[in-house]
Design a protein around this ligand. Structure first.
Ligand code: UD1
Ligand code: UDP
Length: 388
């Protein structure tokens, strides 16, 4: 029998896939909704790793990725492809996630066909047009096109209210990335990447991931110089660095860090390996957004290699610290954390400002309410501090 409502989820990069996968599984389990998946494949290998792990076979694959792709190139290829898909599928609701080019284009394509948009991870703001670039504007533009805003936290909700979004359209759900951790993190996990099963146990594990466009050029050079100094100065650390596929990111990292003792440069890890590596780490150094949300719930301190963050909750909770992108500032902060046991212990307290693992269930409840399939509007997620 045909299901009464049809949803189309649209995503294209690694983080969107990780954060949409639990929602796709939740929506698919609902007997009243038909759920289709369209990937733009703005990322290829890094997207496919996630799809395979969660057993998701897309109904549509636009395969837009090109090496050295420009923002305009992704935008035009994805917009044309998505319009065809929307014409074929005629969904009742289109889900997009976060702040990538795929996110904005997915919302725009749906708007052009007057189809309602649900924005997962809505309301994050740095307040700076070019930090992060182009994500801050992607999420603002997506917000304007959105009907159902799934804000991960109360602070994201406040950002939306400050932009005059109708309160009835905002649902505080927690972040679906915390749902994803429930699928991946295991005690006694055995890594698929064999080298990770024999890391030196006597060393402190420092995991690094950097890739942001606004860090390309001098900021990334400075980050690499700082990492090199840290590894040479602290002989008790072992650095594992899965390097993003972007060639503009890879070149300086390889130039500064390849061949150093106690540094393991790897291809991007599948999300099972990466989450379990984070779980084993002493410290995470990153400009990634998702990692800032996952690590606090695993009780792992994060040093953010950016000037600002749109994720203030974990900074307020004390588990995330912003180092900036100057060599000296990064070395100073990381050195303090490695030497000051009290400071480290304070930062390593597990907190869950970003979710309780039920975000996808709340989003489904909100969608059912929106379609008139239930009478009760779901309750908002409220973060509680946990000791760990
Ligand atoms: C994109 C998002 C960014 C997100 C990041 C997550 C935009 C503008 N940027 O940035 O918000 O934080 O993904 O990782 O939407 N590449 C591959 N294989 C892959 C993936 C990428 O070879 O599986 C290479 C390609 O050469 C590609 C380049 O990386 O041209 C850049 O990819 P792109 O999606 O444009 O930018 P990211 O920096 O990955
Ligand atoms: N991640 C992964 N493999 C890696 C590095 C990161 O699976 O080698 C995961 C990480 O756990 C997080 C997500 O990728 O869930 C973050 O994606 P990314 O850093 O590419 O983008 P951002 O979150 O900054 O948009």
């Amino acid at each position: 029998m045909a299901k009464p409502f049809r949803c189309l989820t649209v995503f294209g990069t690694r983080p969107e896939a990780i954060k949409m996968a639990p929602l796709v599984l939740e929506l698919r389990a609902c007997s009243e909704l038909e759920t289709l998946v369209c990937v733009t494949a703005q990322h290829r290998e890094m997207l496919d790793q996630v799809l395979e792990l969660f057993g998701i076979v897309p109904d549509f694959d636009l395969d837009v990725m090109q090496h050295g792709q420009t923002l305009t190139g992704i935008t035009t290829r994805a917009l044309a492809g998505l319009d065809n898909v929307l014409a074929q599928v005629c969904p009742d609701l289109v889900f997009v996630h976060g702040d990538t080019t795929t996110t904005f284009v997915g919302a725009l394509a749906a708007f052009y066909r007057q189809i309602p948009v649900g924005h997962v991870e809505a309301g994050l703001r740095s307040g700076r047009k070019y930090a992060p670039y182009p994500e801050e504007l992607n999420r603002k533009l997506t917000g304007v096109l959105t009907d159902l805003h799934f804000a991960p936290t109360a602070s994201a909700r406040r950002n939306l209210l400050a932009e005059n979004v109708t309160p009835a359209g905002i649902f505080v759900t927690g972040n679906t990335v915390i749902d994803a951790l429930r699928y991946t993190v295991r005690e006694n996990y055995r890594f698929t990447r064999e080298e990770l099963n024999s890391l030196p146990v006597e060393k402190r594990l420092v995991v690094v991931e950097v890739h942001r466009r606004e860090n390309l050029g001098e900021p990334l050079e400075a980050i690499c110089r700082a990492l090199r100094r840290l590894v040479l100065e602290h002989t008790d650390i072992f650095m594992v660095f899965p390097v993003h596929k972007n060639p503009a990111v890879r070149e300086p990292i390889i130039r500064h860090l390849r061949g150093l003792e106690r540094v393991l440069l790897l291809e991007p890890l599948d999300v099972n390996d990466f989450h379990n590596l984070m779980h084993k780490a002493t410290l995470l150094l990153t400009d990634s957004g998702g990692i800032q949300e996952e690590a606090p719930s695993l009780g792992r301190p994060v040093v953010v290699l950016r000037e600002v963050t749109e994720r203030p909750e974990a900074v307020e909770a004390g588990t995330v610290a912003i180092a900036g992108v100057q060599e000296e500032g990064i070395v100073t902060l990381v050195t303090r954390l490695l030497r000051d046991a009290m400071l480290y212990k304070r930062m390593a307290a597990a907190v869950n400002p970003y979710g309780d693992g039920q975000a996808s269930a709340r989003i489904l409840a909100a969608v059912r309410w929106h379609f008139g399939l239930c009478r009760e509007r779901p309750e908002d997620f409220a973060a509680a501090r946990q000791s760990g």
